[in-house]
Design a protein around this ligand. Structure first.
Ligand code: GAL
Length: 659
């Protein structure tokens, strides 16, 4: 009765596996691979992601012999396939025939081939060639029994996000015409009376390439929107072909939830059959496990709370960071199960067998050069052996009462030039607020500011510089109905074309917050200010005039001395608080405790998340510290079957069916 819904139809288990690139190995290695996959409990591998040149050695001439053999071999061994469309790596013949499909950077550099990444997303020749190889794959393998999932392309927007080629400029103009209808409207929205930028014909409009000084911010913002849409059109084109040729098989692409700033995944998510995420630790950060959770929570939010697939992470070091730290023993499982705790129903790695040549030969893998003698292999097998015991968790959901507002459009806008201070960093605020909730043991979702927020009691806007009228109305309604809103500085400042609304700032949030800002008071580098409640802040201050809001703390010193620093406004049945300066760690904890009534009490090592569903309630407890941790939860340890004693050993994980 309590059968979970399978994330991937036909794969009734937690997915486990990785990218598999057997074309880089002699045929006899494949048999060993498959035998070892079985030993490790692998049930899904991503295949063919970069195989275009092998599959279509000449334009329109296909060679599927090796892939036929491979899929049959995998199928015979009970291993499912996430079949790639190889469109992130067009063959050399394509580039020779279509040099105009090469992407051009903002600085005007035309990129050569020899690596990977996208052609100009707006190139007609690329569109045609990508559709042709996708159609050929769909026709041949659309109903192959090994194929469980389609893995379209690879990480759209990486490494080429914006493209400034002639094809892109043409497509941008068409996109603008569709958005604005008339040139009058575009001129008005873009504020082209500034610096004499008025346009008299569509063909006069260029992509916002590097210019002598700062380029029109509305133009840049629209180009960012266009870029995300242009890549999305590439995905949709392939998805539609595969839906037609491979009915019933879900189509996805590997996104990079919190680390791909050029793509607006809120717009992408509804187009994907399931959400599949790539995540790599920033190895040197001491809080990389907290950032992992942030990425996983964002991924789950993109999936609308439904289970999702961790389609890539690493068993140990990557090869592309400045210092590629190896994971410590146990970290592979801890990272994997942290994703599982936050909603992943599948755990996959880049990649199965480490390569001997090419740019990624120093990247870790499931089967490294040490083969089955190495530590990583032991941990890969251990995890693969463990996962079936956790099967009951599949299909369950994480629920959160708090959401952080996350809006790529706002980040794009805020990150443009000539802002009041270089200290204004949307990502920094997002990470800081997220971290405080993480350490307080409060699981959060992320939400778009225009989304239905009714299931949340607390909403935080750590950085919401840009707000639409719909977002303002949404927050107003939600607070009035009883919500608790906490807003950090430099939010509600501009509209969707980076214009200041009429009257004092923050135009979009004046009524909600019950205040206005007379002046921004950015601080000097290293300058600190003290609040009347005792905290020390830096970076930013403001001269605030309250208009209904109650003052929670004032500035004791600095340019804003005597004025409000933190305020709280009653609006209908709810409250909206404002934090006008940069607080961190324990100092932010004090403020959040007072604004929420919930205890934020410093850093913790043990992370606990709960997944709930028809199959039961499950606690996932991870100890990131170096001493045994205790959690207050009773139940049955899913791995040992024994009663859970509340102890989580240093570095360990306990998955518990809760009483
Ligand atoms: C990912 C990419 C993979 C591989 C991996 C290495 O971003 O999708 O193909 O390059 O990085 O960490």
């Amino acid at each position: 009765a309590d059968q979970p819904t399978d994330l991937i139809p036909g794969l009734p288990a937690i997915a486990y596996g990785g990218d598999y690139n057997p074309e880089q190995w002699p045929r006899e290695v494949w048999d060993e691979d498959v035998a070892l996959m079985r030993e490790a409990g692998v049930n899904l591998v991503s295949v063919g992601i970069f195989s275009w040149a092998l599959l279509e050695p000449q334009p329109g001439v296909f060679d599927f012999s090796w892939l036929d053999e491979l899929l049959d071999l995998l199928h015979a061994n009970g291993i499912g396939v996430a079949l790639g469309t190889p469109t992130a790596a067009p063959p050399a013949w394509f580039w020779a025939a279509h040099p105009d499909a090469r992407p051009v950077t903002r600085e005007g550099l035309t990129l050569g081939h020899g690596s990977r990444g996208l052609a100009s997303p707006s190139s007609p020749a690329y569109a045609e060639a990508a559709a042709a190889i996708t159609t050929a794959l769909g026709e041949r393998y659309g109903r192959h029994p090994a194929v469980r999932l389609w893995h379209v392309h690879n990480e759209y927007g990486v490494p080429v996000g914006e493209c400034y080629s002639e094809h892109s400029v043409g497509a941008f103009r068409a996109w603008l015409e569709a958005r604005y209808g008339t040139l009058e409207s575009l001129n008005e929205q873009w504020g082209t009376t500034f610096w004499g930028q008025r346009y008299g014909a569509w063909h006069e409009i260029d992509a916002p390439r590097v210019s002598a000084s700062v380029v029109n911010p509305a133009q840049r913002l629209d180009f960012a929107r266009f870029t995300s849409d242009a890549h999305l059109a590439c995905f949709v084109r392939e998805r539609d072909i595969l839906h037609r040729l491979s009915p019933g098989i879900p189509v996805t692409t590997n996104i990079m939830a919190s680390s791909r700033p050029e793509i607006d995944y809120w717009r992408w998510a509804p187009e994907m059959d399931l959400i599949a995420n790539d995540h790599y630790l920033t190895a040197e950060r001491h809080d990389s496990h907290v950032m992992l959770s942030m990425d996983a929570d964002l991924t789950r939010s993109l999936a609308g709370g439904a289970p999702w697939l961790l389609i890539e992470h690493s068993t140990s070091a990557v090869n592309w960071q400045p210092r590629n730290l190896a994971k410590r023993p146990g970290e592979l499982a801890r990272n994997s199960l942290a994703h599982l705790g936050r909603g992943a129903d599948g755990i996959m790695f880049f990649q199965w067998r480490g390569g001997r040549f090419g740019a990624e030969k120093f990247h870790s893998s499931m089967l490294t050069a040490s083969g089955t003698r190495g530590r990583i292999w032991r941990e890969v097998v251990e995890l693969g052996t463990l996962l079936p015991a956790l099967d009951g968790v599949r299909g369950t959901r994480v629920s959160a009462g708090t959401a952080l507002l996350w809006d790529w459009e706002s980040f794009w806008a805020q990150n443009l030039e000539w802002r009041p201070s270089v200290e204004l960093d949307a990502r920094e605020r997002m990470e800081e607020y997220y971290s405080r909730f993480w350490h307080a043991g409060i699981t959060v979702d992320f939400a778009h500011p225009e989304a239905d927020l009714s299931r949340y009691d607390t909403i935080v806007a750590p950085a919401l510089y840009l707000m639409s009228e719909a977002a303002t109305a949404n927050l107003h309604r939600w607070v009035s109905a009883g919500g608790r809103l906490i807003v950090s500085y430099f939010s509600g400042i501009v509209d969707p074309v980076d214009r200041l609304p009429a009257g004092p700032m923050p135009g979009a949030l004046r009524d909600v917050l019950g205040l206005w800002i007379d002046e921004f008071l950015p601080l000097r580098e290293h300058e600190t200010v003290t609040l009347s409640t005792g905290q020390t802040a830096d970076g930013w201050a403001e001269a605030i005039v309250v208009e209904g809001a109650e003052v929670v703390a004032t500035y004791v010193d600095g340019p804003g001395a005597g004025g409000p620093a933190i305020t709280r406004n009653r609006l209908g049945a709810g409250t909206a608080s404002y934090v006008s300066t940069r607080l961190r760690g324990a100092e932010l904890d004090v403020v959040l405790t007072s604004l929420t009534g919930v205890l934020f009490a410093g850093d913790r090592a043990v992370e606990s998340v709960t997944r709930v569903g028809a199959g039961g309630r499950f606690g996932i407890h991870l100890n990131h510290g170096s001493t045994t941790g205790t959690v207050d939860a009773g139940g049955t340890d899913l791995v040992t079957g024994a009663p859970f004693d509340g102890q989580v050993p240093a570095g360990g994980v306990r998955v518990v069916a809760l009483d």
